[in-house]
Each structure stands twice: as structure tokens, then as C-alpha cells.
Design a protein around this ligand. Sequence first.
Ligand code: ADP
Length: 273
Amino acid sequence: LASPRTELFWQRNSKLFVYMSFFLLLIIAAMFIISLRALAIQRKLDQMKSEFINNMTHEIKTPLSTISLACEMLRDETISQDSASRQNFIGIINDENQRMRVLVETILQSAKMSNKNFRINPKDVDVHRIIEKVTQSFALTLSNRNGKLETRLEADPSVIVADELHLTNLVYNLIDNGIKYSTDAPDITVSTAIVNGMFELRVSDHGIGISKEDQKHVFEKFYRVSTGNVHNVKGFGIGLNYVAQVVKLHQGHITLESELGQGSTFIITLPLQ
Ligand code: ADP
């Protein structure tokens, strides 16, 4: 039997013990929840990593096999002697090569940009010339899908201080998405203007569009709209994050206007200097 002193001790402190046990239970529950969350994040990262590798393999294999097919065709003398066919296959090789270059660069540059010391290399660049160069490389893809791309280049001046390489990749990524996320024949418009002393670039499509909820996330790294049955397009979820980073490095702004099923417009404003 407990001595009267011990009994007195328990009586006096019983409330304290109840509180302490409750507090300990709370700590254990919190630690349990934290561990579960860490596990879930880890699992999600693993899943993202394997999806990324799968998609990357697919995206790199496709242009490679197209190039090798075009080379096979060019080897055939009856085809290579016909000037139009020859130009067509050389065009395919060129476009696929460009696609792979931008793809690899987007991945590499996006990784480099995470580094705090990352610097762009700004100089005078004519944005209209960049747009013309990039749109040319989509000519074949567009004609294969009966698509059209209209340019309305009205900015004057069209020369701004920017990093040519990153700006080229930015324009390429936006047009590429516009084509990728159009289920019917792609209908893309690229326009430029000077608005309030800033250079404005707009890339619009009449594709599948992005819901209001997804619009909040599309600029996050690895974010991809869950495809369901709507579209089955391969990608990494890096392109738009890279585009947003390039815009930020140029002290610009990016906005997205989109309506599900109607299309999307990406509006980029960049300072002239
Ligand atoms: P991805 O490699 O998946 O295309 P992005 O970062 O370029 O990655 O785009 C992120 C997501 O935003 C895409 O998975 C797609 O669902 C959506 N998206 C991007 N551009 C468009 C567009 N023009 N129209 C509709 N959806 C788009």
C-alpha cells in the first residue's frame, strides 16, 4: 500500500501528470504525422523522378528515330536525286535537331538556374529576328498537322537588351506548347508590341486551355496538368518553369490567360534595357 505521503504527492500532482501525458501524446502524434508526410514527399519525388526519366527517354528517342529514318530515305538514290524530297528530309533532320537542342538546353539551363550565382549574358538582340528564326523551324511540324502560325510583329523598337540563347529557347518552348496542346490543327499567333515602355510578347493558341486551378501551378517545376483522357502528350513539366525563370532573370513579368477548351495566351513583358 502507498504511504500517505506518496498518496498526497499523487493527489497534488494528478492534474500535472494528466497534462504531461497529454502533451507527450501530442508530441508523439505530431512526430508520427511529420514522418508520414516525409514518407509521402519521398514517394512523390521517387515517382516524379521515374516519370521524368521515362518522359526524357521518350522525348529524346523520338527525334533520334525520326532523324535516322530521314537519313535512310536520303540514302535511297531515287529520293535523294529529287530536289524537293531531298529538301524535305533535310528540313526534317534540321527541325528534329533543333527540337533536341532546345530540349537538352532547357533541362541543363533549368538545372543551372537553381544556382544562386547564375548570370545571364545580356546584349542587344532583335526579338523579331529570333521569332522569325524560331517560327521557321516549326514550318514542317505545322504543315504536317495542317496548322498555321501567324506573326504580328508590331513592336518598334524590336531590339532589347537580353540573353539571345535563353530568349530563343523561351519563344521555342511557348510555341512548342501551343502546338503540343492543340488537339485539332494548331492555330498559333505570336505578336509583339511596345506597351507602357515595355516590350510585350504574346503567344496564343486555340488549344485545350488550362483550368483556373492548374493556372496557379503550371509555372512550378515538374508540374504537369493531369492528362486524363483529354490529351496524351509527353513532356517534363520543366518548359514553363524555365520560361518563368528566364523572364525573372530579365526583370520581366509573365501572365497567363486561359479558358479550358478555348485556348491559352502567354503574355511576357520585358524591359527594353
Ligand atoms: P510539359 O513538358 O509537360 O509540356 P511545361 O512546363 O511546358 O511542361 O508545361 C506544364 C504543363 O502546363 C503542361 O503539362 C500542360 O499541361 C500545361 N500547358 C503548358 N502550355 C500549355 C498550352 N499552351 N495549352 C494548354 N496547356 C498547356
